[in-house]
Design a protein around this ligand. Structure first.
Ligand code: ZN
Length: 401
């Protein structure tokens, strides 16, 4: 874009700053002007003007003044997010079900709806199911609340740039332009973004879950298969094509079982849902709901010890490679962690080097089963956070400020 003069430039900077302030308030849900002044390195009057414009847009409101950390000086004006002013549709496509949530600003999950899917569902069938769920969750949306985006999670390899699901083995999808299919069926005039489930889980746990205070996090998802989302130095690790994190297909035992990816002995053949179902003597047709099977499991925990060792050994490789502060185990791996945490940790400890090992915490998602859904919502809010005025209109009287 050619900038035509200082005025245009200043306006662009101001709109960018409005987005940054809104991003802070969206992330924390409640903050103070003093905190924003410090974090954005802008002066008080500039922050005051930006906050006033966001108030006029209706996305934030003043709240009880907040005392400074030291307790000294005047309390600073509080600012909190107005969750109901804008919302996104977050869509979590799993192997056996699809969940759609209406999620307000501040990532407030207002309502969710779920439908089970048949094995290897056709993309069009899933999209039609989504249309029905979207109608259900939008039915009682406030008329003052503006839809600002759609975020879709898929358990597979996704090319985010054009919304292509390159390969989702457990759905039976190859080269499915799923974002375009959903967009056409929904017929909603907002951005549609699509991403891998583990990448979105990592994003959500980093922004508002188990990794809020860290910049190096790995979210390992278990939903029939195993994948990972990696945040390093505060940013997602995508790789050249955005396909990084296919942890389940790390070569683990070259003499091992054939994997559905075509290779042999992938980690997933040892710690995937099928392997776990076999270990506890459950029929393999329960794999899509293995999390609930494990949550209800009252058999001998010893039957899971070998699986736990494989989980820990595999994680140790990844920890030695990427030196995360937190590894979050999501999906059925969270249920497994709840049952055999000491055995998993012992295997991790046996395999990690002392440096990365000393900084490591292994835990379950703080957002529970909503981690991926919240990640999809976060992705869908990007358009609004990039340019709140562009999405919601210029409030009256804002130009002069
Ligand atoms: Zn594989």
């Amino acid at each position: 874009m050619t900038r035509t003069g200082t005025g245009t430039n200043q306006e662009a900077v101001r709109r960018h700053n409005l987005g940054t302030v809104l991003r802070h308030v969206h992330r924390t849900r409640s903050t103070s002007r003093a905190s924003l002044t410090t974090q954005m390195a802008l002066n008080r009057s500039t922050i005051g003007g930006l906050a006033a414009t966001l108030e006029e847009l209706g996305v934030v409101r003043r709240s009880t003044p907040v005392s400074s950390r030291a307790g000294a000086g005047r309390p600073s004006a509080g600012l909190e997010v107005v969750s109901r002013r804008a919302y996104v549709l977050a869509i979590d496509v799993g192997v056996d079900r699809v969940v759609v949530g209406r999620v307000g600003l501040g990532c407030d999950v207002e309502v969710k709806a779920r439908v089970n899917l048949p094995p290897e569902p056709a993309p069009e069938h899933v999209a039609d199911t989504i249309v029905g769920l979207v109608a259900a969750v939008r039915a009682d949306a406030s008329p003052e609340s503006t839809l600002v985006g759609v975020g879709i999670s898929v358990p597979g390899v996704v090319r985010e740039a054009d919304g292509m699901v390159v390969f989702a083995p457990n759905l039976g999808w190859h080269e499915v332009p799923f974002a375009a299919i959903v967009r056409e069926k929904l017929d909603l005039d907002v951005d549609h973004v699509i991403a891998n489930d583990a990448d979105l889980g990592a994003r959500a746990e980093h922004v508002r879950g188990a990794g809020v205070d860290v910049d190096h996090l790995i979210y390992v998802s278990g939903d029939v298969g195993v994948g990972a989302g990696v945040i390093t130095a505060g940013r997602p690790l995508g790789g050249a094509g955005g396909f990084a994190g296919e942890l389940g297909h790390m070569s683990y035992d070259p003499q091992g079982l054939r994997c559905h990816c075509g290779s042999r002995g992938c980690w997933e053949t040892q710690v995937g849902a099928v392997a776990i179902a076999r270990a506890i003597g459950a029929p393999t047709d329960v794999v899509a709901t293995l999390d609930t099977v494990l949550d209800d499991f009252d058999g001998p925990l010893e039957s899971l010890h070998e699986i736990a060792r494989h989980v820990g050994h595999g994680l140790a490789n990844v920890v030695n490679l990427l030196n995360p502060q937190v590894v979050v185990l999501g999906g059925y791996l969270a249920s497994l962690h709840r049952l055999v945490e000491p055995e998993i940790l012992a295997a991790v400890r046996a395999g990690v080097m002392s440096g990365p090992g000393s900084q490591l915490r292994v835990t379950r998602p703080a957002l529970g089963g909503d981690a991926v859904l919240v990640g999809a919502a976060e992705a869908a809010f990007e358009s609004l956070l990039a340019d709140p005025v562009g999405m919601l209109g210029v409030p009256a009287g804002a130009v002069a400020r």
